[in-house]
Design a protein around this ligand. Structure first.
Ligand code: PEP
Ligand code: MG
Length: 539
C-alpha cells in the first residue's frame, strides 16, 4: 500500500479504481491547411461558447449558481473579440493550423496569469487552459466525448478542469486527485458544490496509475493506493458514518426555534468569502453571522479596492437574501498582517494595532471598505460589525466616517443602504462597558476566540499557553452573560460568532443567557440545528 498526501479541497471518502484523465492537450496534430481555416476557427469559438453556456445550465441545476458562473465566465472569454483576433493573427502570421494557433495563444495567456502573485488572477490560468481544451476538442471533432465510461472512478490528473467534471456521467465520479489548484480554485469550488471528495497534491501525482485500486480520505488529505484490508474497512466505516450523519441532519425540521420567552433563534454561518457560499446554501443557514472580510486583504498583494469589495459583498448578499449578512470590517493586525500594509513589528501583536483601532488609523482604506459595504447594503439586509472595540469613542468615530461615506455616495448619485451597526464583544473592556456601548449600536456579537484569549490572558497563537485558553472558564461564561444582559436590557439582539457558538455543551446555557444568534462554520450548522431540536420546549 502506498500513501500520497495532499491538500483537502472537498471533504469525503471515495473508494474505487483510478482513471487518469488526459485533459492536457498540449500535443496537437497538424492537419492539412485549407482555405477555410479562418472560418473553422471562428466556428470553433462560437461552438465552444455555446458548449460552456450549456455546461453553465447543467451546473446551475446540479451544483448551484456559483459553479455555473465559472462556465459563464468561460463563455464570455470565448466571445471576446480581442482573443479571437489574437488567435486569427497567430494563424495568419505563423501559417500554422487552427489547433496550433489556439494552443500557442491560449497557453501564452495561461502562462501570463500563472505567474501573477494575486491568487485570484492566478486562478484565471486554469480558465484559459480549460477553454483551450474545449476549443481543441471541437477542432479535432472530439467534442462531447469525454473518453470515459459510465464506470464509477476516482479521476486523477496533473490538471482536472471544471469542464472535465461537468462532462462526466452523473454519479460516475467518486473523487478527484489533481496536482493543480488551491482551496479557492474553480475545480475545488466545483467539487465541493457537487459533493465530490477531492485533494490537490502539489508535488504531483507520480505513482498514481490508471486502473489502480485506491481509497481517498479527503477529510485527512490522504490517497491510499492498493489499500490493505484494514484501511479499507476503516474507510468504509468512516464513509458510512459520514453518510448517516448527513441523512440524519437532513431529517431535522427547518421550522424556526422559538424560546419560551418568544425569541427566535437564528443559526448562521461564518464565511471568508463568496467561495464559501455553496457550502452555506447547502447547510440551510439562516444568514451569515460573520463574513471575515480581511481574508480578501490577506489573499492578495494589494488591498482590494472599493469595487472589488463591493462585488464580493453584493454577491454574498444577493445569494443569501432575504436572509441577513453580517460584514465585519477588516480585522487586520496581530496574526493577520498583509506585507503591503507595512505594519510595525510589535512585541505583543495580540495587544497591538489590530481591528478597529488599526482601521481608524488607515482612514482611506477604511473608507473604501465602508463605501463598499454601504453600497452592497442596497442589495439586501446587512449588518456592519466592528472588531476589537474597547471604547465608545471608536464607535462614535466609525459612525462619523460612515456618515461621511453616505454623504459622498449621495453626492455621487450612487445607491447605498442603511446597514445595522454592531460591535464584536471580544475584549474585557467591551464586556465591562457593555451597558454604555449597547445604546450606541444595533447589535452585539461575541467573538469568543479573542474574548477567551484576553480574559484568560492566554495568547491564542501560543501553543504553550493553550491549556489556559479555556472557553468554559467561569470568567468567560460570566463575561458573556454580563454583556448579553446589557444587550437584552437595551433591547438589542446579541449573537455569538466565535468558535464557542458550535460547542453543543453550551448551547442551552447560551440560549438561557439571551443569545439569539449562533454563527458557526457551515459544517456545524446542521449539528447545531439538531441540538436545538433536542432543546425544543425546554428553553
Ligand atoms: C473571535 O474572536 O471569536 C472571532 C470570531 O473573530 P476572529 O476569530 O476572526 O478573531
Ligand atoms: Mg476576534
Amino acid at each position: 500500500m502506498l500513501q500520497i498526501t495532499g491538500n483537502r479541497i472537498a471533504d469525503g471518502i471515495a473508494i474505487g479504481k483510478i482513471r487518469i484523465t488526459g485533459s492536457d492537450k498540449s500535443v496537437v496534430k497538424r492537419v492539412s491547411f485549407s482555405g477555410s481555416e479562418f472560418e473553422r476557427l471562428k466556428d470553433a469559438f462560437v461552438r465552444a461558447a455555446e458548449r460552456q453556456e450549456e455546461l453553465a445550465r447543467k451546473a446551475a441545476y446540479s451544483a448551484g449558481e456559483e459553479v455555473a458562473q465559472i462556465f459563464r465566465a468561460h463563455a464570455v472569454m470565448l466571445q471576446d473579440e480581442l482573443l479571437l483576433a489574437e488567435v486569427l493573427e497567430a494563424l495568419e502570421d505563423r501559417n500554422c493550423t487552427a489547433e496550433e494557433a489556439v494552443r500557442d495563444v491560449l497557453d501564452a495567456q495561461a502562462a501570463r496569469y500563472a505567474g501573477m502573485s494575486d491568487i485570484f488572477l492566478r486562478e484565471r490560468a486554469a480558465d484559459f487552459r480549460d477553454i483551450r481544451n474545449c476549443l481543441l476538442e471541437i477542432l479535432s471533432g472530439e467534442a462531447g466525448n469525454d473518453g470515459g465510461s459510465d464506470e464509477s472512478v476516482l479521476l486523477a490528473g496533473e490538471e482536472i478542469t471544471p469542464s472535465d467534471l461537468m462532462r462526466s456521467t452523473p454519479g460516475s465520479l467518486l473523487g478527484i486527485i489533481t496536482a493543480k489548484g488551491g482551496y479557492e480554485s474553480h475545480i475545488a469550488i466545483l467539487a465541493r458544490g457537487m459533493g465530490i471528495p477531492g485533494i490537490v497534491c502539489p508535488r504531483g501525482i507520480k505513482g498514481v496509475s490508471d486502473g489502480a485500486m485506491a481509497a481517498l480520505d479527503a477529510t485527512e488529505g490522504i490517497l491510499y493506493l492498493d489499500p490493505d484490508e484494514e484501511t479499507l474497512a476503516h474507510l468504509q466505516a468512516k464513509q458510512e458514518a459520514l453518510q448517516q450523519e448527513a441523512e440524519s441532519a437532513a431529517e431535522v425540521p427547518a421550522e424556526p426555534f422559538v424560546t419560551a420567552e418568544g425569541r427566535t433563534i437564528r443559526i448562521c454561518a461564518n464565511i471568508s468569502g463568496p467561495s464559501d457560499m455553496t457550502a452555506v446554501l447547502r447547510s440551510g443557514a439562516d444568514g451569515i453571522g460573520l463574513f471575515r472580510t480581511e481574508m480578501q486583504y490577506l489573499g492578495s498583494t494589494a488591498a482590494p479596492d472599493e469595487e472589488k469589495q463591493f462585488e464580493s459583498y453584493r454577491q454574498v448578499i444577493q445569494e443569501m437574501a432575504p436572509r441577513p449578512v453580517i460584514l465585519r470590517t477588516f480585522d487586520v493586525g496581530s496574526d493577520k498582517c498583509p506585507d503591503y500594509l507595512n505594519l510595525p513589528v510589535e512585541d505583543n501583536p495580540a495587544l497591538g494595532l489590530r481591528g478597529i483601532r488599526l482601521s481608524l488609523t488607515m482612514r482611506d482604506l477604511f473608507k473604501a471598505q465602508l463605501r463598499a459595504i454601504l453600497r452592497a447594503s442596497a442589495c439586501g439586509p446587512v449588518g456592519l460589525l466592528l472588531p476589537m472595540v474597547v471604547s465608545l469613542r471608536e464607535v462614535e468615530e466609525s459612525k462619523a466616517l460612515i456618515a461621511e461615506c453616505k454623504e459622498e455616495l449621495k453626492s455621487e448619485g450612487k445607491p447605498y443602504g442603511d446597514p445595522k451597526l454592531g460591535i464584536m464583544i471580544e475584549t474585557p473592556a467591551a464586556v465591562l462597558c457593555a451597558e454604555e456601548l449597547a445604546p450606541a449600536v444595533d447589535f452585539f456579537s461575541f467573538g469568543t476566540n479573542d474574548l477567551t484569549q484576553y480574559i484568560c490572558a492566554s495568547d491564542r497563537q501560543n501553543t504553550l499557553t493553550e491549556p489556559f485558553a479555556d472557553g468554559h472558564h467561569p470568567a468567560v461564561l460570566k463575561a458573556i452573560a454580563m454583556a448579553a444582559k446589557a444587550a437584552t436590557d437595551a433591547g438589542i439582539p446579541v449573537g455569538i460568532c466565535g468558535e464557542l457558538a458550535s460547542d453543543l455543551t453550551l448551547t442551552e446555557e447560551f440560549l438561557r443567557m439571551g443569545i439569539e444568534e449562533l454563527s458557526v462554520n457551515p459544517g456545524a450548522v446542521l449539528p447545531l440545528r439538531k441540538k436545538l431540536e433536542e432543546l425544543r420546549g425546554k428553553v
